[in-house]
Design a protein around this ligand. Structure first.
Ligand code: AGP
Length: 608
């Protein structure tokens, strides 16, 4: 879950690498380092903490290097400290390596190398690979990397340079993403497109088991067994401006307030209001199979899993298709029962989450049709699923997912309507839903106008360390999502659950002043929710409700009420989640947390 960058060209590499690292900092930020090929050899500089700490100790002038590699870390093996930061070198110090992933058999390799007198200065798995490459080196870096990787088990995205080969940068991937930015006489490699977009919009996506050897005159790609591979050059879908903060203080705030636009982009060209139809070109060839499916399995992690849970309600309610939602990390190891007629839908913003990718591979192995709902264009899940739908909500930089979640909900709603029309959904109800979808972007803007109100409400509750989020039906997954957002960026402990579940235990947590957030828009279970609110109030809980605009009854029961426009129940999560995103955002700001780079987290979890 680290970020790696590499540069070979004619420009000074240091500044390009540092800028690239900053663009990837959301992938891991506990330490960073850089290796530059100077006249006297490879100069390695590393620092604990954020990239600015590394930048602060680098010479501002003087580095003439036009070849280098760099890394920002999310520690897996070895605590975050200078000694364990990347790059790591071989015993001679003439080969340097940066790595994203986990070398699973590093202990065995380490013992083997120690028997050859090799010593180690860090606790990392990565240093073992650097030492191994050094042991394999016979004057050809590409070959040394190839030989070493044949002994490696695990996942990696790596970049390697050697002091003896000043016109060579070697990269390889298995399990961790790696992109080559194709420039004019220069190449920038990165863990994702954010690192290269400032320099080029031309990208080559390495696949698992592939290597690339880059020189200033060109590059070649081969398999680990040295079989040449021809790669297509793709256009990067987003611009530099999209990954800049603009007038916002945090990327999370930018992405929350972008949702009217990002949702409009997700819906564009896919709604046929007159016919009450949905057009999803990406899965058109599988629409018949989907409509005849016996079982739909949504699989994902984190926020994407919450979207899957809403998808389950949508597919069963609107398309009358049996659906379930599985944590990919459990599904992949559970030897799942898959028969023909089973369709798996993998949901992932980054398209690189290791568990979700493995679930896709497991399901395909067992013969299921595997579809993807993904944001990152060209990502591994997008390339390995049989077909899929892109969110088109633009790059999401804030670690806490916001606009990707609402776009995932919009896509799942469109899929359910499209399938419903092929099954039992009436044109009339479909037209009503499609029409309601067209109004969602503006209605989100309306909800966002309450941001200041929400901040003042949060100010009265932000010192409470335990919160509950409760909802019913379509809004139960929203309660889960609200709790996750608060946890991951404000470090307040929070639990989300179906409102009725509270009486079966968690109600014991409620004490005087405990904040309890109810997602309570009008709907078939509204009265039940009001009953749950009474239960909480009578035990001293402080009730904050998300309710339908114009609801005067709930004001009697809740201390604070945040309103959302009235929409058909299946679309409510697209609006009811917005106040919860803002609650979490303001709580994190008020508690002076690092909103975009919360502790211990990273944007894309590419290791198990
Ligand atoms: C959400 O805010 C978190 N960043 C995390 O739970 C995330 O949703 C999860 O890691 C899945 O990521 P993906 O959508 O990129 O697969």
């Amino acid at each position: 879950m680290c970020g790696i960058v590499g540069y070979i060209g004619h420009k000074k590499a240091q500044a390009i690498l540092i800028e690239g690292l900053k663009r990837l900092e959301y992938r891991g930020y506990d330490s960073a380092g850089i290796a530059l090929l100077e006249n006297e050899g490879i100069a390695v500089t590393r620092a604990i903490g954020r990239i600015m700490n590394l930048e602060a100790i680098l010479p501002t002038e003087g580095s003439k290097a036009t070849l280098g590699i760099a890394h920002t870390r999310w520690a897996t093996h070895g605590a975050p400290c200078e000694r364990n930061a990347h790059p790591h070198c071989d015993q001679s110090g003439r080969i340097a390596l940066v790595h994203n992933g986990i070398i699973e058999n590093y202990r065995t390799l380490k013992t083997f190398l120690e028997r050859q007198g090799i010593t180690f200065v860090s606790d990392t798995d990565t240093e073992v690979l650097a030492r191994l490459i050094g042991q394999c080196y016979r004057g050809n870096l590409e070959q040394a990397v190839r030989d070493a990787l044949h002994d490696v088990q695990g996942t990696y995205g790596i970049a390697v340079i050697s002091a003896d080969e000043p016109d060579c940068l070697v990269a390889a991937r298995k399990g961790s993403p790696l992109i080559i930015g194709v420039g004019d006489g220069e190449y920038i490699i990165g863990s994702d497109a954010a690192a290269i977009v400032e320099h080029t919009a031309q990208a080559v996506y390495l696949s698992d088991g592939e290597m690339a050897t880059l020189t200033r005159d060109g590059f070649r790609t081969t398999t680990l067994d040295a079989i040449p591979v021809t790669k297509d050059v793709h256009a990067v879908e987003f611009s530099l401006e999209e990954i800049e903060l603009g007038e916002h203080e945090h990327f999370m705030a930018k992405e929350i307030f972008e949702q009217p636009q990002s949702l409009a982009n997700t819906l564009r060209g896919r709604l046929d209001v007159r016919e009450g139809q949905i057009v999803l070109g990406g899965i058109a060839e599988h629409a018949r199979t989907l409509a005849r499916a016996k079982r739909i399995i949504f699989t994902a992690q984190g926020t994407a899993w919450h979207a899957g849970l809403v998808g389950e309600y949508l597919f069963e309610d609107i398309a009358k298709l049996p659906a379930e939602t599985e944590y990919a990390s459990e599904f992949r190891y559970r030897n799942p029962l898959i028969d023909d007629g089973t369709v798996i839908i993998a949901i992932s913003q980054s398209g690189e989450t290791a568990d979700t990718l493995a679930a896709v591979r497991e399901a395909k192995l067992k013969g299921a049709l595997a579809l993807g709902v993904v944001n990152s264009v060209g990502s591994t899940i997008a390339r390995e699923t049989d077909a899929g739908i892109y969110l088109h909500c633009g790059p999401e930089i804030g670690v806490a997912s916001t606009k990707a979640f609402t776009s995932q909900l919009a896509v799942l709603a469109m899929m359910a309507i499209q399938l419903g029309r092929r099954r039992f959904l009436s044109q009339q109800f479909a037209e009503r839903l499609v029409d309601a979808l067209t109004r969602i972007p503006d209605q989100v803007s309306e909800v966002l106008e309450q941001s200041d109100t929400i901040r003042s409400v949060v100010e009265t509750l932000v010192d409470r360390e335990n919160w509950l989020f409760l909802g019913r039906g379509y809004n139960y997954p929203v309660a889960m999502e609200g709790a996750l957002k608060l946890k991951e960026i404000s470090y307040i402990h929070a639990e989300g659950m179906p409102a009725a579940e509270m009486k079966h235990g968690p109600i014991a947590l409620i004490n005087q002043g405990m904040p309890v957030v109810f997602i309570a828009p009008h709907g078939p279970q509204y009265d039940k929710v009001l009953g749950n609110i009474e239960e909480v109030r009578s035990r001293g809980g402080r009730v904050l409700a998300v309710a339908t605009k114009g609801d005067t009854e709930i004001v009697r029961l809740a201390e604070h009420v945040l309103y959302v426009p009235d929409v058909p129940e299946p679309l409510q999560p697209l609006l009811t989640v917005i106040p919860l995103q803002l609650i979490a955002y303001h709580a994190a700001v008020l508690r002076d947390c690092n909103v975009d780079k919360p502790r211990n987290l990273a944007k894309s979890v590419t290791v198990e």
